[in-house]
Design a protein around this ligand. Sequence first.
Ligand code: UGY
Ligand code: MN
Length: 263
Amino acid sequence: MGYKNGKVGYRNSLLTSRAVVKHGKYAILEQDGLVPNVIPGFEDVSISILGSPRLGAGFVDYIAEFHENGKNERGWGGENIQTFVYVVGGKLIVSDDKGEEYELTEGGYAYFAPGDLMYFKNGQKEMTEVFLYKRPYEALEGYGQPERVVGNKNDLTPINHEDMENVLLWDFLPVDDFRYDFNVHILEFKEGGSHGFVETHYQEHGAYILSGEGMYNLDNEWYPVQKGDYLYMAPYTPQVAYHVGHKGSLAYVYSKDANRDPG
Ligand code: UGY
Ligand code: MN
């Protein structure tokens, strides 16, 4: 299964793929096409780079499996780099260089401000799956540094998205707080759920599908998508989706730049 367990052997006997890559526009990466990457600092972790500047993104996304002794003791982030981690499954210990420690379980997330390095270790014997995001910070004069944010999806109340009854949205970072230049959300389409309209917007997205199946329209082409797929949507890519199938809600964790005036 893709990046899983660092396995690179035979995955699909027909050698077919749903992957689509339109550089600078949009991409769909399926799990079976991912390869394990070596990234400085990550040990005993099968990690794959997803969206990145090479695709046209202003950020980098990663999907990672921390094995029993999986860790990063080198510190992840950097000067003017902000980081975000979301636990897809398992238990992850996130800490800073002062020894402050957070135990994140499924649905747990942590945002560290620019320059504040994140350290990781698996918090259990079994594998822990994690979605990671990193981006340079764009400061706004007159507003201070953003603060660290740590929480769990299960402690938040979602709102209906685009006024749709069966589509729920969770916001992980403070909304309308100009210290933050992006947000990370979860969007869940329950049975029969769809966006309210075809969105076409300035902001870009990276999205990792956590559950279910759906049909996704990117720049007026329809694609089937499912759990484990990754989507990149460049600025202004027309985008709309709806839930299909019997595997539960279609849900994805995704990022969106926010709170800045491009002019
Ligand atoms: O927030 C968003 O722009 C989101 N609804 N986009 C998307 O799901 N493609
Ligand atoms: Mn959107």
